[in-house]
Design a protein around this ligand. Structure first.
Ligand SMILES: *Cc1c(COP(=O)(O)O)cnc(C)c1O
Length: 366
């Protein structure tokens, strides 16, 4: 471990993010995909994910190759039946992506777009469900990474369940970083990936689902490689075996940050660390004259959009100034305003954020 090269910079991005040396170290061996040793790791990961979503009974989990979008696409293209209709609540690029996925698969959709600066409107949702009986599924993003907004998934879930619809939550950039209980928010499908708040390396995503609902999706998939039911069936009945080549090193690596999350004290403790990182970041950036895009009440503690300053500021130059000082930030993604983003998830703590703030201070060239 001593000989492992030092990372040249800290990633202050929404993922992939800075991982611990111990996570990187466990990738230094090879695994056979059908061997018991490896399949036992897969089963252990699946169990831990269900527990992290607040449950043991009635829920199951599936791992899926690819980046997070592959997992979202596997849910959308498998869960919604041929005669179903998906209502997408969007307020950013990741909500829009869910609608785009549905269009690719020629799934009937309705879209409630509240705009990038506002959370989904519960009254609009209610109206949609009351006036459009074809809607069978509702999807929303938990933390809309475009802006950093934390959407009210529980309020939405209550309305969705009153109308007996299936509820899909893209919790990609929040799961593991904020306590969540699937039954409490009424989610039937919760989607995330290895390289966000759990602090693993990229290569696969995962889905936690109500077991009965998932079992009913048999035969509905519109794609072979993204057939969520079939992926689950193989993993479940063959005890941790994947249908097609699995990202073995990434999967083994993922067992490590799961253990490290427990050592840290669980999701509550991680949430506290992220909130502290975020508090120091926002206070310090405001002291330096920066403004956040969102009002504090809508802001998640994972990633923050800052409004680009006036007067000679250029993102790329600012980016390289910070990178040369050991910090990598992220470009903005909102359409209406020029912004940049700083993530505070990953293996980073308050001291890293304080060092970042000094680096920002000495990077100002405008
Ligand atoms: C990261 C992310 C995804 C998945 O993005 P990939 O680039 O495919 O990993 C999906 N939804 C949200 C909200 C995200 O933050």
């Amino acid at each position: 471990m001593e000989q492992m090269p030092q990372n040249p910079y800290i990633l202050l991005t929404p993922g992939p993010l800075s991982t611990t040396k111990t996570v990187k170290a466990v990738m230094m061996r090879d695994w056979c995909t059908w061997d018991d040793d490896y399949n036992a790791i897969v089963q252990d990961i699946r169990k831990r994910l269900i527990r992290m979503a607040g449950h043991q009974e009635g829920y199951t989990s599936v791992l899926m190759q690819g980046s997070g979008t592959f997992s979202v696409e596997s849910v959308i293209s498998t869960a919604v039946p041929e005669n179903g209709k998906l209502l997408v609540l969007t307020n950013g690029a990741y909500g829009d992506r869910i609608a785009k996925i549905a269009k690719y698969h020629r799934i009937s959709i309705a879209v409630n777009d509240s705009g990038e600066m506002a959370p989904p409107d519960p009254a609009h949702l209610l109206r949609s469900l009351e006036t459009d009986p074809d809607i069978s599924h509702v999807a929303v993003v938990h933390c809309e990474t475009t802006t950093g907004m934390l959407n009210p998934v529980k309020t939405i879930g209550e309305i969705v369940k009153q109308h007996h619809k299936v509820y899909i939550v893209d919790a990609m950039s929040s799961f593991g970083g904020i306590p969540v209980n699937m039954a409490e928010i009424h989610a039937d499908y919760l989607i995330s990936s290895a390289n966000k708040c759990i602090q693993g390396v990229p290569g696969f995503g995962f889905i936690i689902a109500g077991r009965e609902i998932l079992e009913k999706s048999k035969g509905q998939a519109r794609s072979l490689s993204l057939d969520l039911y079939d992926q689950w069936y193989e993993m479940e009945t063959k005890k941790g075996k994947w249908r097609f080549t699995s990202p073995t090193h990434t999967v083994r690596a993922f067992a490590q940050p799961l253990a490290e999350l427990e050592e840290e004290g669980g999701v509550e403790k991680r949430y506290a660390r992220y909130r502290e990182n975020h508090r120091i970041l926002v206070r310090g950036m405001r002291e330096l004259g920066f403004q956040t895009l969102l009002a504090d009440e809508h802001q998640s503690p994972f990633i923050t959009s800052f409004i680009s300053p006036n007067g000679g500021y250029e993102f790329l130059r600012f980016y390289h100034e910070l990178k040369s000082r050991g910090f990598v930030i992220y470009p903005g993604k909102v359409t209406a305003m020029d912004t940049f983003r700083i993530g505070n998830i990953g293996d980073i703590g308050p001291d890293d954020i304080r060092n970042l703030l000094s680096a920002v201070k000495s990077s100002v060239f405008w």
